[in-house]
Design a protein around this ligand. Structure first.
Ligand code: PEP
Ligand code: MG
Length: 317
């Protein structure tokens, strides 16, 4: 099966009834980008830039970051979209050289974009690096942990200020949908972005109020829970009202049982770990959009994650 999938890795992922799905990669480095390109990824749906920051003793300079973002665009090819998520630290992801204040509830504290506002120079340096690298390909900026429209506006204002100073062309801007309020308010947020990418890992933990890394409770953090699917549906509907597209970069984007449902909900792009790309493309080619839409409609009406999983039996290899 793996060999067969690899043989077709460079062909597009189009359903039986002709509906294309973009299959892109979650990466953390230039090396990942090279591997993703070699496995047929159609772009990068999520560059977790915190890995660029964590693998060194101090924050990378603007020039260093520009070089890395440009290197990733070059590894993927100039026509491939590259979504660069701004630094997403805090919560479970510390930065050793940037001591953070102790918080009682770090997952509800200064993480993601909130950390970016607390350390504006770090955020601005990164935005400048992305803008400067943008001429190497189709670079897009994505902000993590947006929960309120004021946060989006502040983040966009920072980006625009740096852009004007550098006198460079604008880049597309998207946000992670990983805080329940963002999914609920999707229609409002959609007016002011180019795209959404659903971070189902955080969206699930915040929706079900279960720590995604909890030793006992983590098994209940299942992204196909109908509560999460309804939020994804809301995000897609809200985006659609303004002609914006929605991808999924959280774990269920590479879950074979979730993929038909996500496609049925109207998700247009799946961003997955690099090694999963060929098999996801193969699965998309085996699907039928019409059938996926029926599955999605049914799943939204179910009561438990287990019922949703029963709805989509796993194919045997
Ligand atoms: C997510 O929350 O689903 C996501 C993709 O972001 P991360 O896993 O990096 O928090
Ligand atoms: Mg997240």
């Amino acid at each position: 099966k793996r060999a067969e999938d690899l043989k077709h890795a460079f062909e597009p992922a189009i359903t039986q009834d002709g509906h294309p799905v973009e299959v892109v990669a979650n990466i953390g480095s230039i090396k990942d980008a090279e591997e993703a390109a070699s496995l047929g990824a159609e772009g990068v749906g999520l560059l977790r830039t915190e890995f660029v920051f964590m693998e060194r003793p101090q924050a990378p300079t603007e020039d260093e970051q520009t070089g890395i973002y440009r290197g990733i665009a070059e590894a993927m090819g100039p026509d491939k979209p590259i979504i660069i998520r701004t630094l997403d630290v805090g919560g479970d992801k510390p930065l050793p050289y940037l001591p953070m204040a102790h918080e009682e509830n770090p997952f509800l504290g200064e993480r993601g974009i909130r950390f970016g506002f607390d350390q504006p120079e770090l955020q601005r340096t990164q935005l400048r690096a992305i803008l400067r690298a943008a001429s190497a390909g189709q670079l897009r900026v994505m902000f993590p942990m947006i929960g309120r429209i004021e946060e989006l506006r502040m983040a966009k204002a920072m980006l625009e200020e740096e852009r004007q100073q550098l006198d460079l062309p604008p880049v597309e801007v998207g946000i992670m949908i990983e805080v329940p309020s963002a999914a609920i308010m999707a229609e409002t947020l959609a007016k002011e972005v180019d795209f959404f990418s659903v971070g189902t890992n955080d969206l699930t933990q915040y929706t079900l109020a279960v720590d995604r890394g909890h030793p006992k409770l983590a098994p209940f953090v299942d992204g196909v829970h109908p509560a999460v699917l309804r939020l994804i549906d809301q995000a897609v509907q809200g985006a659609g009202r303004y002609g914006k597209w929605v991808g999924v970069c959280g774990g269920i984007g590479s879950d074979p049982q979730a993929i038909p449902i996500l496609i049925g909900l109207g998700v247009r792009e799946l961003s997955a770990s690099v090694t999963m790309i060929p098999s996801i493309k193969a699965q998309v080619r085996s699907l039928d959009l019409d059938h996926c839409q029926k599955l999605a409609a049914q799943a939204l009406g179910l009561e438990t994650a287990a019922e949703v999983r029963d709805l989509v039996p796993l194919e045997e290899d």
